[in-house]
Design a protein around this ligand. Structure first.
Ligand SMILES: Cc1ncc(COP(=O)(O)O)c(C=O)c1O
Length: 387
C-alpha cells in the first residue's frame, strides 16, 4: 500500500529515540527553551523576522485573526476573501470571530486564486486570507500589488506550501503574516504544531500576548515595561494582568524538541518532495484525460500531496479505481469546494457557483508525495498518472 502518510517524522527511528531520551531527562515539558529555539531556527529558514510557535495550523489561523481584530486591523463584519479550494480551518476562524468569508474561485492550471479572479471580488474586501494550495501558487507578486492598490490586507495560509518559492521568495513571505502546519504528513512534522511568521513588530507582540491567556510574559522586557506603565500595573499584579482577548494556543517542549530535530532536514525534505513533484508533473504531461498545471512561474514546488483533476466524472471514477486497485491511498483534494461543505452552508449565505473549485471537488483526488517514496513506488505512481 502506498499510503498518504508514510511516517511520523523524517528519519523517524532516530527522531523517536532522541525524543524518548529527551523526555526522560527533561524537567520542564511545557513551552520553554526548545520552543524558543525552534522559533528562531524556523524564522531563519523561512527568511522572516519572527516566528510564533503554536499548537497546530488551525489555531495559527485563529490566533492570527484574533490578534488582527485585537489590534483593529480587522473589524467584526469585515469581508475577507478566501480560496474556494481550501481547508475548513482556514475559513472557520473568520466565521467564529464575526467576519464574513468571501470564497473566490481558483484557476484550473494553478489551483489557486489568480489576480483575474481576485479583481472581480476585490472591492469591499478588507483582507485576503490566501491559501497556497498544495505547494502551488498563482502570480503572488501581482496578487500582492493588487491588494496593496486596493488597501486589502494580504495574509497567507501556507500550511500546504513550506519550501515552495516564486521569484526567489519563499511562499509565506508575500504578505503581512503567514501560517504553517506541522501535522504528521505535512512537510515538516512535530506531531501537532503550527507557526505564524511575520516581519511586523506590533503584530508579533500581539501574537505573543494572545497565544497565552492575554498576559505579557513572553514579550521583551522593554515592551512589558511599556504595557505595564500604560495600564498602571504594579509589580505584584504584573504577571496576572491580561491585556487583550486570547486563549491558550501554546505548543509543548516535546513539539519544540521534534521541530529542532527536524529542521536540519529542511533541504532534504523540500528537495525530495520537489523532485517527486517534477516526476509526477512530467509523467502527467501529455495525458489528455487530466487537466494540466502551469507552474512555470514557480522556482520550487514543494507539496505533500499530488492533485489529479480529471476531465470528466467518468474519468475520475476510472482513475480513482485504478489507483486504489494498485494499492495507492487517495482522497479528495483538500476539502474540495469549501462552499459545498455543510458548515459553510450553515453559516454563510452564499449560493454562487465556483465552477473550478466544483470541478476539482467532483473530478479530483490526490495521492501522497512523501520524501520516503521508493524508486518502485515512484515508478508505480508515474505509470498511473501517465494514463
Ligand atoms: C490550508 C490549511 N490550513 C490549515 C490547516 C490546519 O492545520 P492543522 O492540521 O495543523 O490544524 C491545514 C491542514 O491540513 C491546511 O491544509
Amino acid at each position: 500500500m502506498i499510503k498518504l502518510i508514510k511516517s511520523s517524522f523524517h528519519h523517524e527511528s532516530e527522531t523517536k529515540r532522541a525524543l524518548a531520551d529527551f523526555v526522560l531527562r527533561q524537567d520542564v515539558l511545557s513551552m520553554n527553551e526548545q520552543c524558543r529555539a525552534f522559533e528562531e531556527a524556523f524564522a531563519a529558514r523561512q527568511e522572516c523576522r519572527h516566528a510564533v510557535f503554536v499548537g497546530n495550523g488551525s489555531v495559527a489561523n485563529l490566533l492570527l485573526v484574533q490578534t488582527l481584530l485585537n489590534q483593529g486591523r480587522l473589524r467584526r463584519g469585515d469581508r475577507v476573501g478566501v480560496s474556494a479550494l481550501t481547508w475548513p480551518t482556514n475559513v472557520m476562524p473568520l466565521i467564529q470571530l464575526g467576519l464574513e468569508p468571501v470564497a473566490i474561485d481558483c484557476e484550473l492550471d494553478t489551483l489557486n486564486i489568480s489576480p483575474r479572479n481576485l479583481e472581480t471580488h476585490v472591492s469591499g474586501l478588507r483582507a485576503l486570507f490566501l491559501t497556497n494550495v498544495l505547494g502551488f501558487c498563482d502570480d503572488l507578486p501581482a496578487l500582492r500589488d493588487l491588494c496593496d492598490d486596493q488597501s486589502v490586507l494580504l495574509l497567507e495560509d501556507n500550511c500546504e506550501a513550506l519550501g515552495s518559492s516564486m521569484a526567489g521568495t519563499l511562499l509565506g513571505n508575500f504578505s503581512l503574516a503567514s501560517t504553517f502546519s506541522f501535522f504528521v504528513g505535512h512537510h515538516l512534522s512535530t506531531i501537532e504544531g503550527g507557526m505564524i511568521c511575520t516581519d511586523d513588530e506590533e503584530l508579533h507582540d500581539g501574537l505573543l500576548i494572545s497565544r497565552a491567556h492575554g498576559w505579557d510574559r513572553n514579550l521583551a522586557v522593554d515592551r512589558q515595561a511599556g504595557l505595564r506603565a500604560e495600564a498602571g500595573v504594579d509589580d505584584f499584579h504584573a504577571k496576572y494582568t491580561f491585556y487583550d482577548l486570547a486563549s491558550n494556543f501554546r505548543p509543548t517542549e516535546i513539539n519544540g524538541f521534534i521541530g529542532n530535530r527536524q529542521i536540519p532536514y529542511w533541504d532534504e525534505i523540500v528537495g525530495a518532495r520537489a523532485a517527486n513533484f517534477e516526476r509526477f508533473q512530467q509523467a502527467m504531461t501529455g495525458n489528455g484525460d487530466v487537466h494540466q498545471y502551469d507552474l512555470t512561474h514557480m522556482d520550487t514546488v514543494s507539496n505533500f500531496a499530488m492533485p489529479v483533476v480529471c476531465r470528466t466524472p467518468e474519468l475520475a471514477r476510472k482513475y480513482r479505481a485504478e489507483f486504489e486497485a494498485a494499492g495507492v491511498e487517495i482522497r479528495p483534494v483538500i476539502a474540495g469546494d469549501i462552499t459545498r461543505q455543510p458548515f459553510y452552508r450553515k453559516y454563510v449565505r452564499d449560493t454562487a457557483e465556483r465552477p473550478v473549485a466544483r470541478l476539482v471537488h467532483t473530478n479530483g483526488f490526490y495521492f501522497g508525495n512523501n520524501p520516503e517514496l521508493t524508486g518502485d513506488e515512484l515508478a508505480t505512481l508515474c505509470d498511473l498518472v501517465c494514463g
